[in-house]
Design a protein around this ligand. Sequence first.
Ligand code: ZN
Length: 263
Amino acid sequence: MAILIAVLVVGTGSAVLAGSLDRDPAARPALSPAVPSTTTSPVPARSHAAAVIRKKTRLGHSVKDRPIAVTEVGPSSGAPTLLVVGCIHGNEPAGIAVARDLLSDPLPQHVTLWVLPDLNPDGVAADTRPNAHGVDLNRNFPFRWRRIGHRGDTIYSGPRALSEPESRIAHALILQIKPHVTIWFHQSDNVVDESGGTLAIERRYARLTHMRLARLPRYPGSATGWQNHALPATTAFVVELPQGPLNARGVERFSDAILRLLR
Ligand SMILES: [Zn+2]
């Protein structure tokens, strides 16, 4: 599924997070790190060194053949994992800047971030919510999927679950890395959504960003609904950013909170 396009080992860090979350890098397939999903918090330290890496992987292409890539930054093993998806609805792109900011910061030592800035590059290019097939990717995941709307509607589920290359890419990545926490950025409700994972984690992100925490409707075929069902020991939630692009300070507010979330 994944084609490696760049590997850059930028140094080693003291991996303070070991114990039951530990992984053996030697036993790990180069592109298929298996991360235990049975806990959402780090385990106390044991002296053990893991490389701190920055690794970009091209996962596949959108309907219109635009590349979709994820970058892994942080300890190669032993740390909790956090996936950030900057954009799934093309006309809600503010989270892309938050994702990119995480990639420009110093490499984290306490958490392994998987940063996927843009899952819907065709939608972003066209400034449309759906992908180039007219499908709302956040109604295309295989939990409580049902057919909604038709092509041309604002919200169209697609003809079947995972009918779209973009949703298949995210689905495969998530099953591969089983992130302890996943944040999906949307706009523009300006709220952290209680999306069905561990409420304490959602609440903590809301506190760190000074956002309101609220429960938005849970839609059939949503990415977070599927994740929280398929990987029940993990937490996936939606962050609805404010309207419009974030300024530099706003970007920092949301990216710093990601880095502090699992401390
Ligand atoms: Zn959205």
